[in-house]
Design a protein around this ligand. Structure first.
Ligand code: KG4
Ligand code: ZN
Length: 339
């Protein structure tokens, strides 16, 4: 019998729904929320209101695109956390209502585990190599930066993490200092392609073990730009591409240093990337280069699976469903959540 999972994602500012049947993606629909651009960051209250408006049409579109009826769904998987509580509540409530009405199981999903699960999504007519266990995943998003050791689908351990800002925040905050729109990561990526990465360099943290720190970078960029603008008010505009290239190179250097260490310490050479920042071209190129030099097997997600989506929730739900791991009907979302 086929297993058809409806996935729901609403942890931040994207409302998403997807349908996966027997591990194969049938549909994935995402409604982005442009309302936050004018505020330079996600406004939680506006995000949860937009989720409320989007959730029904997005689920409807995902079912239609998959040519699946509500009664064909075997279980509903939803993001329980971590994320913005008001946003998570919308997806959680919808999933609970859907499961209750259809009398089907509810599966809670950890958002970050789901980012890693994008590597297991299959698609009709596409050949896709899944990572072999065990593998390491550099999980880099707007809210998190972690090195995760994955032993099996649901057996994951965080072996390194940021002690302050996430890599995505480092991109976004640096972009903000340069007057670029939110989220700034993709803008830095775009301008960096035209710049000299070695013209400006910024300080790198000295943190023990496999942990990261990005807050010092932001401060060093802030002071550097402030000093330069005192001499030349047009400094940022005149050096935009080189500044972006230098910032991106510094962030990528910081990320790779600990990833190399993690690979050496664990002896694992299967290396995956995941999360919104894995869309970054500098990071992708660098990890491929290091992989070639070190005999790594590198797994890089498709662009559309790097940022938040519900296909990753549905595939994680599919694996949990297979193991009979269900959530109780009174489950509530969690803003902070351990693996
Ligand atoms: O995983 P994600 O969609 O949301 C969270 O769960 O946080 O990640 C969003 C983050 C943002 O910080 C955004 O600036 C960053 O991913 N991002 C990028 C790029 N595309 C998205 N950062 C650098 N280069 C990119 N091309
Ligand atoms: Zn995410």
């Amino acid at each position: 019998m086929s297993i058809t999972i409806l996935g729901i994602e609403s942890s931040c500012d994207d409302t998403a729904a997807a349908v996966i049947r027997d591990g194969k993606l049938l549909s994935s629909v995402i409604a982005n929320q442009d309302v936050h651009i004018q505020y330079g960051g996600v406004v939680p209250e506006l995000a949860s209101r937009a989720h409320q408006q989007n959730i029904v049409p997005v689920v409807d579109a995902a079912l239609k695109k998959a040519s699946v009826r509500a009664e064909d769904i075997s279980a509903v998987a939803f993001t329980r956390g971590p994320g913005l509580l008001g946003s998570l509540l919308v997806g959680t409530s919808f999933a609970k209502g859907f499961a209750l009405v259809r009398n089907i199981p509810l599966v809670e999903v950890h958002h970050l585990q789901a980012h890693i699960h994008v590597h297991f999504i299959e698609e009709e007519g596409k050949v896709h190599e899944k990572p072999e266990f065990p593998f390491l995943c550099l999980l880099v998003s707007g809210g998190h930066t972690q090195i995760v050791l994955i032993r099996d689908y649901l057996d994951m351990e965080i072996i390194g993490k940021t002690i302050d800002d996430a890599a995505g925040e480092a991109f976004d905050k640096s972009a903000k200092l340069m007057g670029l729109p939110y989220p700034g990561g993709p803008y830095i990526d775009k301008f960096a392609k035209l710049g000299d990465p070695d013209k400006f360099s910024f300080s790198k943290p000295r943190i023990d073990g496999l942990d990261y720190s990005f807050s010092g970078l932001k401060t060093s960029i802030l002071y550097f730009l402030r000093d330069q603008q005192k001499i030349n008010p047009e400094f940022i505009e005149e050096n935009k591409n080189d500044l972006c290239a230098g910032i991106q190179k510094t962030i990528v250097d910081i990320l790779l240093l600990k990833l190399l260490k993690a690979s050496e310490e664990t002896g694992i050479k299967n290396i995956a990337l995941a999360g919104g920042v894995s869309a970054n071209s500098g990071l992708r190129d660098r990890i491929i280069l290091e992989g070639t030099n070190r005999n790594w097997k590198v797994y890089i997600p498709e662009f559309r699976f790097t940022t938040d989506n519900a296909a990753m929730i549905a595939i994680t739900g599919y694996h949990k469903f297979g193991k009979g791991i269900f959530a109780p009907s009174d489950v509530s979302p969690l803003a902070r959540m351990d693996f």
